[in-house]
Design a protein around this ligand. Structure first.
Ligand code: ASP
Length: 681
């Protein structure tokens, strides 16, 4: 026990898992042999379990294991949960409590104290154990973190001062303690310890922040549900199948092979088609917390499986959907957040405006730094210096700098451009950015390369102050496509770097926007082949999104790339929370888009025949949206990563779950069952 206590102390001092692991391996601390188990009984019957036991290095024989287990199988119910108990306790009361043991303090040969943490790990109470009682030795044999049932008498706790007495008024004089499972000494666990992903259970157990995030997530779900159930007509929660079929909606899918030769399901990238079929089925309003699966790499904090709050409304337009979603957000913010709920209809920004003013289709508008086109003002010399492109667009934005010391601004930007974060901007094939520190003491205030006239115009446009930074960047003179421009990425990266280095304070509050009027189609790229049509264009959102106006419908025939979509994305603080659209509810028009506009091959077209069939049956106009639920919770909690709000997130490039070791190699037997053969790589 002494050794175990030493180890406990050491573990409290060391917070990094790796450090502790190395420390143990170095042999300076030897975990005490556990009270479990190496077994001499039939290796066949206990193979899996005996491996684990050997790993633990225990000593008990099977009869003893079963005997111990029997003691834990039957345990009395708690007389109270801790919260109720702490508010209702009275001295002399006999109570039964469940919880985890803390680290024991052996005060003397006759007296021990240990705190009992309740099952939620939010509350704890002191247990007092004296040698007069039979439970004394028993308690002394138990290790910290073990789950126990405790029986005892409530007594007032003597505290050093009134304040402490108020905070922690009771203690339990221990009558009996029942061990429900041991916590072996070779598992290292201490507050604030960082565990590797394969020990997610230990991370969850030690991090109250993580557990609180999961609890908060459940509350967010309840509030969303409340809002949707109470709206009129109310939404109906409907589960749609997870075993779906492969359809070229936009993302790469996961396939689920079946035992029938050559047949596979696909996991849904979203319930999009089922929810539209529900609209054709007379369900007026649908919602679901839907599990979605996309086989994408995990950059940009994405998960291959994630949750959406998915909804769809019949006899509705995008306007109706946006109103409902604003209601959800408002209720969430007023019920669960300490900041003011967003009022009024959310701002709207067209895709064009968002891209030209902020260089992003999910701009964080809180910190300004608006972008302007200025190539028409610049001397050719300057343009040629910053880009190899002929007749490019050139854009500019301002970063508020250090007004007392322009050299601090220069130092900030030099550091940024020399750092790995700056590398992609220096290496931009369209030219590196041109950087100017506005300095009242310099000729033309540091804007000499602009020439007198352009410098004056820039000053009028951006009103720079002494010490501010002006950034110019060229790009191909072409319409916007995709989610951002290089200058938009630079704006965002510079803002983050300025905040990280303390050059600028972080923006506060929540600035909700709808981004609207996206192009219905975008050029296909190698990395985003979209629906695999032969037209060289793909649906920007998905192929079911409707053109915005009657004029846009006409343009489907003449110039599909100019068609605006009735598609809306909800953006807050530079993060896309979700997106949706009004759908094409007419089967013939949907077929025309798939066949003639996107030019999908006939065999892929038949993949959508179920949807066309449903639309054909008098499907009403409908519109919907999906909110990324993981991201929504992360934003509400101010977490940088969705992994902090998911119990068992996937990690690594391939999306592994290191705890359960998934994905795992397919056995030969399984390959045969599913009629599959592995090709040697
Ligand atoms: N199914 C869409 C998506 O997953 C959302 C929608 O259009 O409702 O992005």
């Amino acid at each position: 026990m002494l050794l175990a206590r030493t180890a406990q102390k050491v573990s409290r001092l060391r917070t990094s898992y790796l450090e502790i692991f190395n420390y143990v391996r170095s042999g300076r601390v030897t975990p005490t042999p556990g009270s479990y188990v190496r077994i001499a009984s039939s290796p066949r019957a206990f193979h899996g379990a005996s491996c684990l036991r050997e790993q633990i290095g225990g000593r008990l024989e099977l009869p003893q294991i079963l005997e111990n287990y029997k003691k834990a199988v039957e345990f009395p119910p708690a007389t109270y949960d801790f919260e109720t108990f702490l508010s209702q306790a009275s001295p002399g009361q006999d109570v039964v409590l469940h919880g985890y043991l803390g680290v024991r303090s052996d005060i003397s040969k006759k007296l021990s104290f240990v705190r009992l943490q309740d099952p939620t790990m939010n509350f704890s109470i002191q247990l007092v154990s004296t040698s007069h009682n039979d439970s004394f030795e028993k308690l002394r044999s138990l290790r910290p973190n073990s789950p126990v049932t405790v029986m005892g008498k409530v007594q007032a706790k003597k505290a050093k001062n009134a304040e402490m007495e108020k905070r922690d008024p009771w203690e339990i004089s221990l009558n009996d303690v029942q061990l429900l499972n041991d916590f072996p000494s070779d598992i290292w666990m201490a507050p604030d310890m960082v565990h590797p992903p394969k020990h997610r259970h230990l991370q969850l157990r030690t991090s109250s922040e993580l557990r609180d995030a999961l609890r908060f997530r459940a509350q967010v779900r309840n509030v969303c549900r409340e809002e949707l159930e109470q709206s009129r007509p109310s939404f109906t929660e409907i589960e749609t199948p997870l075993l779906f079929k492969s359809t070229p909606e936009g993302a790469r899918e996961f396939l689920v092979p079946t035992r029938k030769h050559g047949l596979a399901y696909a996991l849904p990238q979203s319930p999009q088609q089922y929810k539209q079929i529900l609209m054709a089925s007379g369900i007026p309003r649908y919602y679901q917390f839907a599990r979605c699966f996309r086989d994408e790499d995990l950059r940009a904090d994405r998960q291959p499986e994630f949750t959406q709050l998915d909804l769809e409304m019949s006899f509705a337009t995008g306007e109706d959907v946006m109103r409902v979603v604003e209601g959800i957000i408002r209720r969430l913010w007023s019920n669960l957040m300490n900041t003011e709920a967003p009022s009024g209809p959310f701002h709207r920004l067209s895709y064009q405006d968002a891209m030209s003013r902020y260089g992003s289709d999910k701009p964080d508008t809180r910190y300004g730094m608006e972008i302007y086109r200025i190539e028409h003002l610049l001397p050719v010399d300057l343009v040629n210096k910053i880009t190899p492109l002929a007749s490019p667009f050139v854009e500019i934005f301002k970063v508020v700098g250090n007004e007392t010391d322009p050299s601090a601004t220069s130092e900030f930007i030099t550091r940024f451009l020399d750092s790995p974060a700056g590398a992609p901007f220096n290496d931009n094939p369209e030219g590196a950015p041109g950087i100017f520190v506005y300095d009242a003491k310099m000729p033309l205030r540091g804007l000499q390369p602009f020439g007198f006239q352009a410098a004056e115009y820039v000053e009028e446009l951006l009103e720079p102050d002494h010490g501010d930074l002006l950034v110019i960047q060229a790009r191909e003179a072409a319409p916007f496509a995709g989610g951002s421009t290089p200058i938009g990425d630079l704006r965002r990266a510079l803002h983050s770097a300025a905040v990280e280095t303390g050059f600028k304070p972080d923006s506060t509050g929540f600035d909700f926007h709808w981004i609207v009027d996206f192009p219905l189609f975008s050029p296909s790229t190698e990395s985003e082949p979209g629906q695999g049509g032969a037209a060289g264009i793909s649906s920007t959102h998905h192929p079911f999104t409707a053109p915005k106006t009657a004029a846009d419908v006409d343009m489907l025939l003449t110039d599909p790339t100019k068609v605006a979509a009735d598609h809306y994305d909800l953006v807050v603080n530079g993060i896309e929370l979700g997106g949706g659209s009004r759908r094409i509810h007419d089967a013939a028009v949907q077929e025309f888009v798939l066949r003639d506009v996107l030019q999908m091959p006939p065999e892929r077209l038949t993949d959508f025949s179920h949807l066309l069939e449903a639309l054909r049956a008098g499907c009403p106009p409908h519109a919907g949206l999906a909110l990324g639920f993981d991201r929504l919770v992360a934003v509400m909690l101010g977490k940088d990563s969705v992994r902090d709000v998911i119990a068992f997130p996937k990690t690594g490039k391939l999306g592994e779950d290191p705890m359960v070791k998934a994905p795992s190699m397919v056995t030969q037997e399984a390959l045969e069952t599913y009629h599959l053969r592995l090709i040697e790589e």
